[in-house]
Design a protein around this ligand. Sequence first.
Ligand SMILES: [Cu+2]
Length: 448
Amino acid sequence: MKTRLLLLLIGILLPFQMATAASEPEYPAEVTFTLRTAVAEGKLVYIGQGGNIDGQVNPTLRVPENALVQVNLINGDGAMHDVVADAFGARSDRVTGRDASTVMVFRTGKAGEFRYWCSVPGHRAAGMEGLILVGKGAFDAGDKAADLSHPPTDIPPAIGDRPPRDVSVDLHTTEKTGHLADGTRYKFWTFNDQVPGPFLRVRQGDRVTVNLHNDKTSTMVHSVDFHAVTGPGGGAEVTQAAPGKTASFRFRALKPGLYVYHCATPMVAHHITNGMYGLILVEPAGGLAKVDREFYVMQGEIYTTEAHGQHGDLSFSLDKLLNERPEYYIFNGASDALTKTHRMEASVGETVRIFFGVGGPNATSSFHVIGEMFDRVYHEGSLTSPPMRDVQTTTVAPGGATMVEFRVDFPGRYILVDHALSRMERGLVGFLHVNGKADKDIFEPLAP
Ligand SMILES: [Cu+2]
């Protein structure tokens, strides 16, 4: 009996001691962070104070294995807050009142990714959440992922008033790992290395030659279906190109309008969700009215096995695709494409035109710009029907597009959203920065 107890003890203690000896700590065994609560960009957040997290919003706390971690919490905004990390059974007191402070202490175990957040009802959803990465350099590879997001200002010049002619379009399909959101990478499938693919611009009556080249490094067959094409599969029947192969066809652009194009190789929804969509504008005879600014924005969904917000290399989930349960919603290929990577800008008095399309593959968008009304909406991308005027929110179907125009009259940051606003929490947001002089007659904050 005694021997068995001794053996049991050795069995428990020995691996523990060996593990301690094998992993020489490269960090101090005790780590302290200070977080200050704040309101930033309309959200509740923690802001790092001091050290290598100074000034960062909801900083990622990188800590070694088996370390003692202390998190000081300072109340910076006066509302009630706390900080908890359920994975470690750790929780601070709740603090109310500006500059009140408290502490959360816990010991880390094995390497992994965990979360901290505020447990006051609603605060986590309002933005008070961050990561605790345990182990050296955990998952930081995602930070260096390639940027595949399409700049919203990358649009060919207007066709204007010219007769129809022959034009050609070259599409090159690729499969590339790129940045999806902070600290995450995803294997996209693209037209011309960008999501969405290039904005194509032709005139009604043009004869368009399409050359689709599938990169030799591809693992899949790819193709293209233009909604602007009258013909079998919109071109998809004759463009199924194996890796390294090129397929071509020619079509007459019969109908003006703003049209989606996408890969149409089975399973089509899989090729679309991975990034294979774009817009082609067929300008009517005489061209479009002149505007000061044009932007190209497309909405898509990403279905990952990992929950939204988890860092690292994310993998595609067929199950979630078939159940239409995306983890990410994106404008122009990444969660931060239109808020951090690219800047959309206009000046007071200018007219803005947005070519907006939904790649999808599944979600209908309720496209809206917070703080603006659309002066004109060319609903369903129809350029031959009279536009709707003075519209707040417009519905855009998957595989559909719309053209909206509005004059910007007041400076500030206007926010592009799908007004199904839960999707904003999953990455669907863009900024339009308007510069210029404020006209008090239009908008004026009043002193309390
Ligand atoms: Cu494809």
